[in-house]
Design a protein around this ligand. Structure first.
Ligand code: PEP
Length: 265
């Protein structure tokens, strides 16, 4: 069984005061769910607030925090960059890599994503690799080819063993921040295609890797997506800024994993 993971991506939002309120409201609502076990919750905070988030989440059951980006360099004269080891110093558990907003605005190619993944793995952090097709790709019928290629290229120079901590986030670009979502069957099909791509490397990598869905996830649409057998949780942007919605999404992910476990017995 893969432990479901729901990550809130705060993007470039928040400040000390609003973060504090958001975290305390969230923890109050989500604490009992997380203590029951069987699920993990993460927050991908803007870098200046990582310490604030770490202080609030440290010692809490099943909580991880991480960054929205990381440098593809180790250390040195790279002004403005943040290294994987610095993230480790702040006890981050993961970093997003290749988010579509970074691919589009910061020329983050598959090979840059690949180097970032290697840096994270060297530092002992989990890379959360974001992949997803544009609307144009989907309409042209090449969504699966594009998305599976993003995965293959990002893992190209890695052994199956070193790639094993990775989490994948399937995020159709046309669904991010738009209020549109992939249908549960389209999302399931893509997650299955990604798992099949991993199985070309190793069966263990395919069956153990968590593949989460992102793209306008809300408390109203999450349940039906989380019911899909290859969807192992969510990457949540807009709705993660509202502690009530985000806590509901976390709870829905736990519910779907409990019902999957009971039907498999
Ligand atoms: C995201 O930024 O990863 C995301 C999925 O955003 P939203 O939920 O707002 O579509």
């Amino acid at each position: 069984m893969r432990t479901p993971l729901v990550i809130g991506n705060w993007k470039m939002n928040g400040d000390m005061v609003s973060n504090e309120k958001c975290l305390s409201d969230l923890l109050e609502r989500v604490g009992p769910t997380l203590e029951t076990g069987g699920i993990e919750m993460g927050i991908a905070a803007p870098a200046p607030y990582l310490f604030q988030v770490a202080v609030r989440l440290k010692g809490r059951a099943a909580c991880v925090w991480g960054s929205q980006d990381v440098s593809d360099e180790g250390s040195g004269a790279f002004t403005g960059e943040i290294s994987a080891f610095m993230l480790k110093d702040f006890e981050c558990g993961f970093s997003l890599v290749g988010h579509s907003e970074r691919r589009a605005r910061h020329a983050e190619t598959n090979s840059v994503a690949s180097r970032k993944i290697q840096r994270l793995i060297e530092a002992g952090l989990i890379p959360v690799l974001c992949v997803g097709e544009s609307l144009e790709d989907r309409q042209a019928g090449r969504a699966e080819v594009v998305v599976c290629e993003q995965l293959r290229e990002a893992l190209v120079s890695m052994s199956d063993d070193s790639a094993s901590p990775i989490v994948l986030a399937y995020e159709p670009v046309w669904a991010i921040g738009t209020g549109k979502q992939a249908s549960p069957s389209d999302a399931q099909q893509m997650h299955a295609a990604l798992r099949e791509t991993l199985s070309q490397r190793s069966d263990a990598l395919a069956s153990n890797t968590r593949i989460i869905y992102g793209g306008s996830l809300t408390a109203s649409n999450a349940a039906v997506l989380f019911e899909q057998p290859d969807i192992d949780g969510g990457l949540v942007g807009g709705a993660s800024l509202d502690p009530v919605s985000f806590a509901s999404i976390v709870a829905l992910s736990q519910l779907s994993s409990v019902s999957a476990a009971s039907t498999s017995h």
